[in-house]
Design a binder for this molecule. Structure first.
Ligand SMILES: Cc1cc2nc3c(=O)[nH]c(=O)nc-3n(C[C@H](O)[C@H](O)[C@H](O)COP(=O)(O)OP(=O)(O)OC[C@H]3O[C@@H](n4cnc5c(N)ncnc54)[C@H](O)[C@@H]3O)c2cc1C
Length: 319
């Protein structure tokens, strides 16, 4: 039976990031029968046993190592590579997050394996991955010639599905990696973006304001609606360049790549560079005053109207 390791990422407050569940779904393979090991590095393995088991996780490996594991990506990568060898994984998957991109590239290099990053889907049995290319204009299926398939998956790209075979709890294993070289990079500080807000790349729903928002304070209108929807608020580059929103909110080719269930573009024209960052959203809604705006040729639902009328009306209806 094939065996897949999945690095689990935690959100603020010691909760598991919801987007891990899509990765665990892919880890089970086409038949859904692959053995899945969840790898945890922050000491919370015991607390997660009942959260992870429904997604087919049989074993949770609490990975530790001497030294400052939490703040050294080299040490983390070395410890995870050692765990992958120890448990004989056929594949190793994780999220294409800031830390996932950092750590997985190091793991692949240390194991001399190829890596597929920011995948839309993966097939661990066939060792193939689907990736978006040329700013989302094409999707390529790539085949990895490897001993261990290493891939990171775009958050929300894969619909999480619980396993029909799962137990109620997973077994917790302890693994202390015999690694000690902290490498050359040490994390010294983490500055949180808007604390308490939903991270854009993790959000199941995103409501984005474009240049039409006209002023920074007008994002409050979107935030009010987002709070009811459980959504994160994004911005177009034009809005960021105009100083209405910070770059951390920018979606697109030179901003963040997102893949929510619903993406609501408010006063966004629909430029290719914006689409490059949100094209894989499951449902796209465009709200624009101009009935000929390009967004309407690319969205699932469109509202021709003024965002300063439509959004307050939507918020009121949702309330
Ligand atoms: C190399 C490169 C990289 C880029 N990267 C990015 C990127 O990462 N992200 C990104 O977003 N862009 C990016 N861009 C910029 C991109 O080309 C567009 O200029 C930008 O996306 C336009 O932003 P916008 O849709 O908010 O503004 P506009 O194109 O000005 O559109 C505003 C829209 O709002 C509508 N509107 C106005 N008032 C209202 C109202 N009251 N109610 C409803 N609708 C209204 C208008 O009809 C219009 O369609 C990049 C460009 C380049 C060259």
């Amino acid at each position: 039976m094939a065996r897949t390791g999945v690095l689990i990422e935690m959100a603020d407050g010691g909760k598991i990031k919801e987007t891990n569940y899509g990765v665990l779904t892919a880890a089970r393979g086409k038949t859904g029968n692959n053995e899945v090991y969840a790898l945890i590095m922050d000491g919370s393995a015991d607390a997660l046993a009942t959260d992870l088991a429904p997604y087919g996780v049989q074993n949770i490996v609490a990975v530790t190592a001497a030294g400052d594991l939490q703040n050294s990506p080299d040490l983390q990568a070395a410890a995870l590579a050692a765990a992958a060898k120890e448990y004989g994984f056929n594949s190793l998957l994780g999220l294409s997050s800031a830390s996932g991109r950092d750590i997985f590239a190091r793991i692949a290099a240390s194991l001399d394996e190829p890596m597929a990053s920011d995948c839309i889907s993966v097939d661990v049995d066939e060792r193939t991955a689907v990736k978006s290319h040329f700013s989302g204009k094409t999707f390529a299926t790539i085949q990895l010639e490897c001993t261990m398939m290493i891939a990171t998956i775009r958050p929300n790209a894969i619909e999480p599905v619980k396993s029909s075979e799962s137990a109620t709890s997973a077994q917790v294993l302890s693994f202390t990696a015999q690694v000690s070289d902290p490498g050359k990079v040490k994390r010294v500080e983490v500055k949180k973006g808007g604390s308490g807000k939903i991270e854009l790349t993790e959000a199941p729903i995103i409501i984005t304001g474009g240049r039409a928002i006209k002023a920074a304070e007008n994002y409050k209108m979107l935030e009010e609606c987002a709070a009811i929807l459980g959504a994160a608020v994004g911005a177009s580059r034009a809005a960021v360049d105009a100083g209405y929103a910070p770059h951390s909110m920018q979606v697109g080719q030179t901003g963040k790549t997102v893949s929510p269930k619903v993406y609501i573009a408010c006063g966004v024209s629909g430029a290719v560079q914006h689409f490059a960052g949100m094209k894989t959203s499951k449902i796209i809604v465009g709200i624009n005053m101009d009935k000929d705006a390009p967004i309407f040729s690319k969205c699932d639902y469109g509202i021709v109207g003024d965002i300063f009328e439509v959004i307050p009306a939507l918020t009121k209806a949702l309330k």
